[in-house]
Design a binder for this molecule. Structure first.
Ligand code: PAF
Length: 278
């Protein structure tokens, strides 16, 4: 496995790499990331994983400096998975100008759901992903459904800006108690970790209500917020949306997703559940 730090070297490698699948990450890899890598491996001759902690997507109060940088351990895991290249540029390599002058501006969706609580986050994500797509020139890129809004925004970016890449959504990896795998789980205390699967359980209950035919979506959302709040969570949002567009769900929609974000102590967790009605 090669570890490449510069755009020039990566482009040189790319010339003879055949079909390439790409997994963008910020490092601190867990089983969820490795599931993306395994999916990527099935789809190409070579897999590139980027590890880059992207300052642009961190808002005020979100600690960019404290984000865990664990390159050595990450590289070990990726080598075991048979990854061809880890692309890990430093900040100057990816953002040579003090300020990024041209940014990718996602549509209004960037200000909804998680975007409401993380202003500028999805603009930072779309900008870095656009740059990485242009650098890696992969045929396929894998993104986790756990970050459903991110996935939707990236799909829109690829469609509207004609990136020549196939986006492969990968199901959320879960612990045996249902908790979605996330780098943030490491910040949970023992008591919080025991409580954390409630988020997914509540989404499942909401999904059950939707499947049984209820279109009282506001009511269903409120019920989840109530249950979580009673259990000590601070809820950012619980919303039922159209699974493809993430527009507010309407009665008659058959592809839905229930998304939630809530904090347990200082740790903000997100999760979602797709509901496909026949
Ligand atoms: O999902 C992530 O880890 C990041 O948002 C991404 C896609 C690597 C962009 O920095």
């Amino acid at each position: 496995m090669q570890i490449i730090h510069t755009v020039k070297e990566l482009r040189e490698w790319r010339k003879t790499a055949g079909k390439v699948a790409f997994v963008p990450t910020m490092g601190n890899l867990h089983e969820g990331h490795l599931a993306l890598v395994r999916e990527a491996k099935k789809r190409a001759d070579n897999v590139v994983v980027s590890i880059f902690v992207n300052r642009l997507q961190f808002g005020q109060g979100e600690d960019f400096d404290k984000y865990p940088r664990t390159l050595q351990q990450d590289a070990g895991k990726l080598a075991d998975e048979g990854v061809a290249v880890v692309f890990t540029p430093d900040e100057k390599e990816l953002y040579p100008n003090v300020e990024q002058r041209y940014n990718v501006e996602p549509p209004h969706l960037q200000n909804e759901l998680c975007g409401k609580f993380r202003p500028g986050h999805f603009r930072g994500v779309a900008t870095v992903v656009g740059k990485l797509f242009n650098i890696v020139k992969a045929d396929v890129a894998c993104f986790g459904k756990k970050d459903y809004q991110q996935l939707t925004i990236i799909k829109g970016l690829v469609e509207d800006l004609n990136f020549d890449i196939e986006i492969v959504p990968v199901d959320t990896g879960r612990a045996s108690d249902g908790l979605a795998l996330s780098s943030r789980n490491q910040y949970l205390s023992k008591t919080e970790r025991a409580e954390a699967p409630r988020l997914y359980r509540e989404l499942q209950k909401a999904a059950e209500a939707v499947r049984s035919g209820s279109v009282a979506y506001l009511q269903i959302e409120k019920e989840v917020v109530r249950s979580l709040s009673e259990a000590g969570w601070t809820v950012d949002y619980v919303e039922i949306r159209h699974a493809q567009t993430l527009e507010v769900a309407r009665a008659g929609d058959t592809e839905l997703v229930i998304l939630g974000a809530a904090r347990l102590g200082n740790t903000r967790l997100i999760d979602n559940l797709e509901v496909l009605l026949s």
